[in-house]
Design a protein. Structure first.
Lengths: 647, 258
């Protein structure tokens, strides 16, 4: 069966969003022959949907800003669960990563003196987000895409071939990381267009596949977000970290049903938009938690003054971190004070002149006009929480982005865990992609160079096994393996819808023990049925087949989320337990690691009723003293356990 | 408002050929054409091939021709059609079909590589870039492009003229040349690269006879012809007489006075 085409590269990057492209640029610039492999067309990755901006303490809009303040905000936003060294590197390096984009041709909005303009966002003490209207993600992806083209043009000049040192395999999906003993040896993939299998052999693989939102019914994420990288890492033997933390963005569209979940950027609030319930009340003032009491305005008047005079007033509570705002909206709707379609009102129309709205929020204006017949310059939007981002992810070394336990495997961006702790601040994602994308590319290239003369081998057997696994959906009907006899194949679309409904209802924004147990049962049932997910037609661009393969990943990752959420008996950031409603300081330094129950990675051989994931608790390293010293003692008391404080 | 059954004709086939297939499918309040295509996949045609990503008009993946007009399926609401109408969805005509609604858009990636990249200014380090908003406005308009390639699809220079493809970059990539040419800090000229000249000499600007079809289909509302192509032509005119510029100016003057 081993007629699968093989190619040799130094570094393979899986995913072509912000993190993947930044990693590829770095690896190639450090001399590694680099391949990028992505599910969509080049330039279409989910990063294009990022709206608000890139957080970086450049201090263009407020001279008091610096990396220490950014670090502090990030740790507060993540409720001190962040892998603190990542948060430190991120805050220190983000400005350089933004400025570098300008040298590659990016055109950010400007300040009056010609520097990069920075806007306010939830949880950030100063205006910090470099932006281009509300289409910052598009600017980021296009700039990186064009930088890659420019490197290819250099290579063409030198070697006569655009793709001699940097190649994009677009519309291809990786289904397995291949290994030689404990180390990475390459990836197994199929080309979506033809269904053809191929292998890229490489000593270093960077996973940059983004998130998991497509396991939830109401989500701002695109079809690509099926947790592929999370699952690939798990299957390769790498642990996932803190998967219970899923961010529900407070403002997604709620109507019409077909657009439910589509993102409404936080910039709407950053630029002055306010949240009101059906009684017209700005309810966020009732939801300022104790840990943030001193930092937020106590009256509408003070909040409104802050936009003009931030030094002498405190920010309005609409700009609390996302987890707080999402919970508040949820509570208002539950209390019967929601909008007609089950959300709350987000209003800019009474806060800014129409032409300012159209200039500052052009995509939002367009989106509501086109999709909901709502003119946001004249009336309020209806919004509600939508699954947006996963803070959990592949456990990595902070400095190198190396995945723990699997030499040669790296991870960056949303797929990597740790950086954002229990909750990510808006704007910290794009900067995360750049900072850790670069670090992953850098260390992957170094690792590969050191192994240039002892490249790992890809065994035929692994390739055959991967091919058989990928072809399984075509033989789901008829007498396949004994237990399937006589039963019709399952429709992968139906299975996906059931999974999304279960995760949304049972492991959603507010969680309860009994429901999560129910979710685990449902997942076990779906897992059995997914083994019989069958497809019609042939391998050429067949979305039914692609979905059947993606289901494996969504089911694995969903189980991680449900198990970790059941285990963590407290509420923190993106994990809210109705039965354990408060933050518990003793959980502050506990990480939950998910690993494959069967370390050989053989899914098919497993008893389908049993879970596939085992959990491990781990105590985190204490925060470095000079970083702790950036906070007041009174604040630290709210987060840290007694013994941590007196070390 | 309630749900109803709509009649759809969807092109199915591959490089060997194919044809329109009839479907009757449920439509609900507020839905867009892409929702209907997804419903067909989930209930009637699981292997129906279609590209899509964001479903919010931001990524430019789900381009197709709806009743013959190039559009994004995710931004075309069903309410723009009457309930009696049969809605025909076909793949982009200017590009070779891969399968069903998916076409081979490599032409565009090839053209993208042929435009020389941004040249950073000598002696200006990262963090030292200073540009005024009014100077970046023009290029920013072009950077709103989501690369849906609807303009490339509709442009009559290549739509039914495969033979023009090698010499013609298409509106999207001529606009990219204009964007770089108008970038306040692009230093191409200092390296001896005249972007205006390349538009004419290497990217086929002369083929464009400013019929504005590209502008009409742009889902981002970018004024491709007026703001990118005509200014490029006007700059090229210093070097070369172009009768179309003359004509374009006449037309422009007439519309603005009328």
């Amino acid at each position: 069966m081993s007629v699968v085409e093989r190619q040799e590269w130094d570094v393979v990057v899986v995913g072509a969003g912000g993190a993947g492209l930044r990693a590829a640029i770095e690896a190639r610039e450090r001399g590694a022959r680099t391949a990028v492999i992505c599910k969509s067309l080049f330039g279409k990755a989910h990063t294009v949907m990022a709206e608000g901006g890139i957080a970086a303490a450049m201090a263009n809009a407020n001279e008091h800003d610096n990396w220490q303040v950014h670090f502090r905000d990030t740790m507060r936003g993540g409720k001190f669960l962040n892998q603190w060294r990542m948060a430190e590197l991120h805050a220190r390096e983000a400005p350089d990563r933004v400025w570098e984009l300008e040298t590659w041709g990016a055109l950010f909005d400007r300040t009056k003196d010609g520097r990069i303009s920075q806007r306010n966002f939830g949880g950030h003490e100063y205006p910090r987000l470099a932006h281009v209207g509300d289409r910052t993600g598009l600017e980021l992806i296009r700039t990186l895409q064009q930088k890659i083209v420019s490197l290819q043009q250099e290579d063409k000049k030198e070697t006569g071939d655009y793709e001699s040192r940097l190649k994009i395999y677009q519309e291809c999906t990786v289904t397995r990381i291949l290994k030689d003993g404990s180390r990475v040896s390459g990836v197994f993939a199929y080309e979506r267009e033809t269904g053809r299998f191929f292998v890229l052999e490489a000593p270093a693989v960077v996973i940059a596949t983004g998130g998991i939102g497509k396991s939830f019914k109401v989500t701002s994420n695109s079809w690509e977000y099926t947790g592929d990288g999370h699952a690939l890492a798990l299957l390769a033997g790498a642990p996932l970290l803190n998967m219970e933390f899923v961010q529900f963005h407070p403002t997604g569209m709620v109507w019409p049903p077909s657009v439910k979940g589509i993102l409404v950027t936080e910039s709407v609030r950053g630029d002055g938009g306010v949240l009101r319930n059906s009684e017209g009340k700005r309810f966020m003032f009732d939801y300022i938690p104790d840990v943030f009491k001193e930092k937020y305005a106590q009256s509408e008047e003070e909040g409104d003054r802050w936009y003009e005079d931030p030094d002498n007033n405190r920010r309005p509570p609409e700009l609390l971190p996302r987890d707080e705002v999402a919970r508040a909206i949820n509570a208002e709707v539950k209390a019967g004070r929601g909008s007609p379609h089950g959300g709350v009102f987000l209003d800019v129309s009474t806060r800014m002149p129409a032409e300012v709205i159209r200039r500052r929020l052009p995509s939002m204006y367009h989106q509501f006009k086109e999709l909901a017949d709502v003119d946001i310059t004249a009336e309020a939007m209806e919004v509600g929480p939508t699954c947006h981002y996963v803070m959990g992810g592949i456990a990595v070394e902070s400095d190198t982005a190396a995945a723990r336990g699997v030499p040669g495997l790296y991870a960056a961006g949303e797929v990597a865990g740790g950086m954002h702790g229990s909750n990510r601040l808006g704007g910290n994602s794009l900067s995360d992609l750049l900072v850790f994308g670069r670090r992953a590319g850098w260390h992957a290239a170094e690792y590969a160079a050191a192994r240039a003369f002892e490249r790992p081998e890809v065994s035929d057997m692994q390739v055959d096994t991967a091919a058989a696994e990928a072809l399984r959906p075509f033989s789901a009907e008829g007498p396949g393996g004994g237990e399937d006899d006589g039963r019709p194949p399952e429709n992968p679309y139906t299975l996906h819808q059931e999974l999304q409904q279960a995760m949304n209802d049972l492991v959603g924004i507010i969680r309860r023990e009994a429901e999560m147990e129910q979710a685990l049962e449902k997942l076990a049932d779906l897992r059995v049925r997914a083994r019989r997910a069958g497809v019609e037609g042939h391998r050429q661009f067949n979305p039914g087949w692609h979905l059947a393969l993606d289901l494996r990943n969504m089911l694995l990752v969903s189980e991680c989320v449900a198990r970790a959420a059941l285990e963590r008996t407290e509420s923190r950031g993106g994990h809210t337990r109705e039965d354990h409603p408060t933050m518990d300081r003793t959980w502050r330094n506990i990480n939950l690691l998910c690993q494959l129950a069967d370390p050989t990675g053989g899914l098919a051989a497993m008893d389908p009723e049993r879970g596939q994931i085992t959990l491990k608790r781990e105590t985190t390293d204490p925060v470095r003293q000079d970083l702790l010293a950036l906070f007041d003692k009174e604040e630290l008391v709210k987060y840290l356990a007694e013994e941590e404080l007196y070390q | 408002m309630s749900s109803y059954e709509a009649r759809f004709k969807v092109w199915r086939g591959d490089v060997q050929g194919g044809g329109l297939e009839d479907f009757e499918v449920e439509v609900n309040d507020g839905e867009v054409v892409l929702d209907i295509i997804h419903r067909l996949q989930a209930t009637q045609a699981p292997d129906l091939a279609v590209r899509w990503n964001c479903k919010a008009g931001k990524c430019g993946s789900c381009s197709a021709e709806i009743n013959g007009r190039p559009r994004l399926m995710c931004m075309t609401r069903m309410s723009v059609f009457t309930r009696e109408e049969t809605i025909t969805v076909t793949p982009l005509r200017a590009f070779p079909v891969v399968r069903d609604l998916v076409t081979d858009v490599n032409f565009n990636y090839t053209k993208a590589r042929e435009v020389p990249s941004f040249v950073p200014p000598e002696g200006v380090g990262p963090g030292e870039y200073r540009m005024m908003q009014e100077d970046v406005d023009r290029s920013q308009e072009f950077r709103k492009c989501i690369e849906c390639f609807l303009c490339q699809d509709t442009c009559h220079v290549v739509r039914d003229h495969e033979e023009n493809k090698p010499a013609f970059a298409g509106p999207r990539f001529l606009m990219r040349v204009a964007e770089l040419d108008m970038h306040p800090l692009d230093a191409a000229a200092e390296t001896g690269l005249d972007r205006k000249a390349t538009a004419q000499d290497e990217h086929g600007l002369g083929y464009c006879n400013i019929t504005k079809c590209c502008t009409e289909v742009c889902p981002e509302g970018i004024k491709i012809t007026d703001n990118a192509l005509i200014p490029l032509k006007e700059r090229a005119v210093d070097r070369k007489y172009d009768p179309l510029v003359w004509l374009g100016n006449k037309i422009m003057r007439r519309t603005s006075s009328g």
